[in-house]
Ligand binder design. Structure first.
Ligand SMILES: [Zn+2]
Length: 225
């Protein structure tokens, strides 16, 4: 299994290559679908089966509907965040530190390149797997950044943490935007408890090792200082 991070505007789409099929975790901002298609062409593959969205934010599901139109892939998300996609919304909650720029940035971006209504095909909840779609991966409900934020943990120990974590300047709990700040610590502990080997965070092409994840303190190590 190989993971190919594809920078898509303000977000990153992670293309998972297995012998049987391709899968995508997140899809970047609106209008970025050709970047993923280019990577698929480079790999000589057309079999994108499922796009798993970690949470309903502009830079994570923006190109999902366009990619479904181009590839026939299904779109999945934790059921609690599904309505935001259907309503083409991106709930930012409250901000801390320089997170205050994001509501302004999102308003501007959404005027020039708006989110489209995105009906998910697959709604899952905590503990369910993607096995029947061809990927041995478990869904972890990890709320806080958004109500239905989820992490994906693959059987081989690779995890996708969405925006639960940040990687800069060092791995830490995301500390800029949350719909419920009080839920983040529990979500971090939940991800830690699965002991993943490598963790891809939503805005970095490089995964962090499991040992670095285990060292992250609840709220004590803010990112992006
Ligand atoms: Zn986010």
């Amino acid at each position: 299994m190989l993971v190919h991070p594809v920078v898509c505007g303000y977000g990153i789409a992670f293309l998972i290559e297995t012998p049987q099929a391709l899968f995508l975790v997140d899809s970047g901002s609106p209008g970025q679908q050709q970047r993923v298609i280019s990577k698929m062409n480079e790999l000589g593959r057309k079999d994108l089966k499922l796009i798993w969205i970690t949470h309903a934010h502009y830079d994570h599901y923006g190109s999902a509907a366009a990619l479904r139109n181009l590839t026939g892939a299904r779109i999945g998300i934790h059921l609690i965040d599904a309505d935001y996609m259907v309503l083409a919304r991106s709930p930012l909650g409250t901000t801390r530190r320089y997170g205050f720029i994001y509501p302004h940035l999102q308003r501007i971006l959404n005027q020039t390149n708006p989110l489209s209504t995105t009906l998910p095909d697959v709604l899952l909840s905590d503990g369910e797997t993607l096995e029947k779609y061809g990927l041995n991966a478990s869904i972890l409900h990890t709320p806080g950044h958004t109500p239905g934020h989820s992490c994906l943990v693959l059987e081989d120990g690779t995890a996708f943490a969405g925006d639960l974590l940040g990687a800069f300047p060092r791995p830490g709990l995301q500390s800029l935007l949350a719909t419920d700040w009080g839920q983040l610590a529990g979500s971090l502990e939940y991800l830690k408890s699965t002991a993943p080997k490598w963790i891809y965070t939503g805005h970095s092409r490089q995964p962090i090792p499991g040992s670095a994840l285990q060292k992250i303190k609840n709220g004590a190590m803010p990112m992006n200082k």
